[in-house]
Design a binder for this molecule. Structure first.
Ligand code: ADP
Length: 546
């Protein structure tokens, strides 16, 4: 028998509608692209979103059409993004840090009809435009005064503020089936062409509810939340929904993500919680070390996207009294898979070392994510903290198939994450490695994540990348590349000594090389692909030259 509850489908614009109506005075604060801080309430944001939704309608945008944004985290990006989804169209957030050929590929693959772009990214779009035939108009997220000169007066380019100026302030959000697509994000394509992940209204909504809860992000109306993680990185890890949902103050860095700007924003806006990948926090901690700055208002930081070095967890706690909450997820998971919060019996006593050990784990699954580890034949492995294998997930915000791909992305109903992990008796998951980064030495596996983590604990090391490179005898051996902190001097033995505190001799890198820079991916993770290409024959050459 059918239940007797209401069944109206949910359009994600309802989230902004709620924020505008019930948290109308709460603010979105933006360190703007044009320069200077801009403040806008949720009530204003809602009205402006409705004006832009009317503009989209007048431009003929319909349900299912793709509208791209290539933009930093700003108030205008947030309102325009809700307007696209509320219109029934699909907001395709494009990462401007991708290689130009990748941007060309994904905009064409998505068949985006419009592109919304920040003023400082216009030169990139001008260059790419001849290769993007599906784009009808480009909307620059600024006012007429700040339109870049090279596109001013060109009929294909419109200033966002001019476009919305005379639009009506009311709009009826389009009724959509909650299982239709609202957003599109491409994975960075470290293996082959980027793949599109289509988020539904339902998946985003359930994900946002889950992330608000106490054991996940634990945010509410009294919080000031700094979203450093960009909207083009899985909707700022879902914060672009969950923050307005609870009426928290949204603090947005725009394009200014260096240590000094992030610190300034935290102080000025009394930020209580912030989320970003480890490389951003490395820059901030480095900045604070040289300036002696503090993080008085900050209680917690959510860090994910790649493994969090233990030294970072310790520094946040000891020097700034900030708790690091490690998170693990994927674009394909909307993106949250686990978050690391304490369980009752793990309350820290005097033993902070054990507490730091726990914080090094990727965390445990909230309700909504089911996970398991399996061997190469698909047999489930025990959750004993020792066995490790292929990490598989399923749940209502996990991908079923990639955009425009006919085949399912699942194996027997589970999505293979591409990660190798262990799960302990309390359900805490630990990433050993990305399957493709695992180092196989003489039949044994060495975790590149663990070696990097230990190397980053050395006071002179800013960034570390450990890669497996060909070896005449052992198949592969670990090679460590380090970027040092400013003014530090290089001592390979000292760095190896630090790693050796926790590793057996055969697990230590065979060599440590100092490099000026370590390449990062478009989402700020260490990019091992070019490093592997460059150093693949390092030990073979060394052997020949010996
Ligand atoms: P992209 O490659 O585009 O950055 P994702 O953000 O989806 O794509 O990357 C997901 C991958 O990032 C995971 O499969 C995992 O390998 C890695 N990752 C995310 N969080 C963590 C973490 N806390 N520890 C280790 N690896 C992580």
């Amino acid at each position: 028998m059918l239940g007797l509850m209401q069944t109206q489908p949910i359009n994600l614009a309802a989230v902004l509608e709620h924020a505008g109506r019930w948290h109308g005075d709460a603010e979105i604060v933006t360190n703007s692209v044009e320069g200077g801080i801009r403040r806008q309430t949720y009530a204003q944001t809602l009205t402006r979103a409705k004006k832009f939704a009317n503009a989209l309608k007048s431009m003929g945008i319909k349900t299912g059409d793709r509208v791209a944004t290539m933009a930093w985290n700003t108030d205008r990006h947030v309102e325009a993004w809700y307007a696209i989804m509320g219109q029934g169209a699909i907001a395709h957030t494009v990462n401007p840090r991708l290689f130009p050929e990748q941007i060309e590929f994904i905009v064409n693959h998505a068949e985006d009809r419009l592109l919304l772009i920040d003023a400082n990214l216009v030169p990139l779009a001008v260059k790419l435009l001849p290769k993007l035939p599906t784009l009808e108009k480009i909307i620059v997220l600024t006012d007429e005064a700040h339109m870049p000169d090279d596109v001013r007066g060109d009929a294909r380019w419109i200033a966002y503020e001019t476009l919305i100026a005379d639009q009506p302030e009311t709009f009826d959000w389009v009724e959509v089936d909650e299982n239709t697509a609202a957003g599109l994000c491409y994975t960075s394509g470290t293996t082959g062409d980027p793949k599109g992940v289509l988020y539904t209204h339902r998946a985003n909504l359930l994900h946002a509810y889950a992330s608000l809860s106490k054991d996940v992000m634990n945010i509410g109306a009294t919080d000031n939340i700094l979203m450093v993680v960009p909207m083009f990185h899985a909707n700022s890890w879902g914060l672009a929904f969950s923050v307005p949902m609870c009426g928290g103050k949204m603090v947005l860095p725009g394009p200014h993500m260096d240590g000094a700007s992030i610190h300034g924003l935290i102080e000025q806006e009394q930020v209580t919680m912030a989320a970003a990948v480890p490389t951003v926090w490395t820059m901030l901690l480095n900045h604070l070390k040289t300036t002696g700055g503090k993080l008085a208002s900050l209680n917690e930081v959510v860090i994910g996207g790649s493994a969090v070095p233990r030294s970072m967890i310790e520094s946040f706690d000891r020097d700034f009294d900030v708790e690091v909450l490690q998170a693990w997820g994927m674009t394909e998971m909307t993106p949250l898979g686990t978050l690391n919060r304490r369980k009752r019996h793990l309350a820290p006593g005097a033993d902070m070392q054990a507490e730091y050990d726990r914080r090094c784990y990727a965390g445990r699954a909230p309700f909504g994510v089911d996970m398991k580890i399996v061997d190469d034949d698909g047999n489930a492995l025990p959750h004993d903290g020792v066995a490790f294998g292929r990490l598989m997930v399923r749940g209502p915000w996990v991908i079923e198939r990639y955009f425009k791909q006919p085949d399912t992305a699942l194996e027997n109903g589970w999505f293979h994450t591409g990660d190798i992990a262990s799960i302990d008796t309390d359900g805490y998951m630990r990433i050993t490695d990305r399957a493709k980064d695992v180092i196989k030495s003489g039949g044994e596996w060495i975790s590149s994540v663990d070696v990097e983590n230990a190397a980053m604990g050395h006071p002179d090391v800013l960034l570390a990348a450990c890669i497996g490179v060909s070896h005449p005898r052992w198949e592969e051996r670990p090679l460590l590349l380090v970027k040092l902190k400013d003014g530090a001097s290089f001592n390979a033995d000292d760095i190896l000594g630090k790693i050796g505190e926790n590793f057996a001799k055969w697990q230590l890198p065979d060599a440590v090389i100092r490099v000026d820079d370590i390449p990062l991916t478009a989402t700020g993770k260490i990019d091992k692909k070019p490093l592997r290409q460059e150093y693949m024959d390092h030990f073979l050459n060394a052997e020949q030259n010996a």
